[in-house]
Design a protein around this ligand. Sequence first.
Ligand code: 2RA
Length: 331
Amino acid sequence: KKINIAVVGATGMVGRTFLKVLEERDFPFENLYVFASKKSAGQTVTCKGKEFTVEELTENSFDRDIDIALFSAGGDTSKHFAPIAASKGVIVVDNSSAFRMDKSIPLVVPEVNPDDIKWNKGIIANPNCSTIQAVVALKPLHTAYKIKRIVYSTYQAVSGSGVKGVRDLEEGMKGNDLLTAYPHPIAGNCIPHIDVFLENGYTKEEMKMIEETKKIFNDYDLKITATTVRVPVKDSHSESINLEFENSFELDQVRNVLENAPGIIVQDYLSNNVYPLARDIAGKDEVYVGRIRRDFSVENGLNLWVVADNIRKGAATNAIQIAELLVPTLA
Ligand code: 2RA
């Protein structure tokens, strides 16, 4: 069956990347519909060499034959329109955080928990970018050695904040500090504050990594803490991940497990300074792992350095990989 697909939020940073990745992966759609807010309606976007006119998203937008809708237009838009789309038989893959922690809605990374798409009831949630790259790297190790505890420290690109973050960095680098995306200048700075602070002193971003990891692994015994930091990098999130396993491991085994795992590229050759670098990895879809070394301060401890493009694997490509898993299930 040829698929009819919709992109909601088609003019945003992730929306435009949806269109690029659909084309790159030659996703088998017959018809593509592109939606955005009233102010963006009328613009044209391209996919597979064809032009599409952006329509304003309304409650009737899904009164046509649409099989899958990719949403990336903010939590409020998803909260309002995803259930309407689902009620018309559309399967929504939602990139917002609106439904991620809803127990009745699967939270999916295709390399990690693909079978969870089976119990979707019309909405599938795409995890937070910083969570996606982490669980791709950790899944094979969790399977092999059973993770007991995770310490996440992230160094997150400004494109995670959309065009405002990118502009704050670019202007800041010219000495013109704008404060449109962050409470402090981002140029030459590290800001330990992504999203809002919660009662427990953590930020929402930190709690997303903690709670989403447990849901994706379906393992609520995992002990996890996180510190998420915005750094003056345009694309790709970098993460230092410290792990403690229940079981012992040999380092060359660990490297082998990672090298043979889906979606991972190991870059770890210290003699010639080879390790994952955000600037090289922008535009790629894999998760890059390096600095693989024992944490000898604890029993069965390991340190990793994990880098991925936060707009591609962290959002658009992961959502489209979920859509690819859905294609065979559509009559
Ligand atoms: C960020 N992960 O980087 C969050 C949302 N994209 O800002």
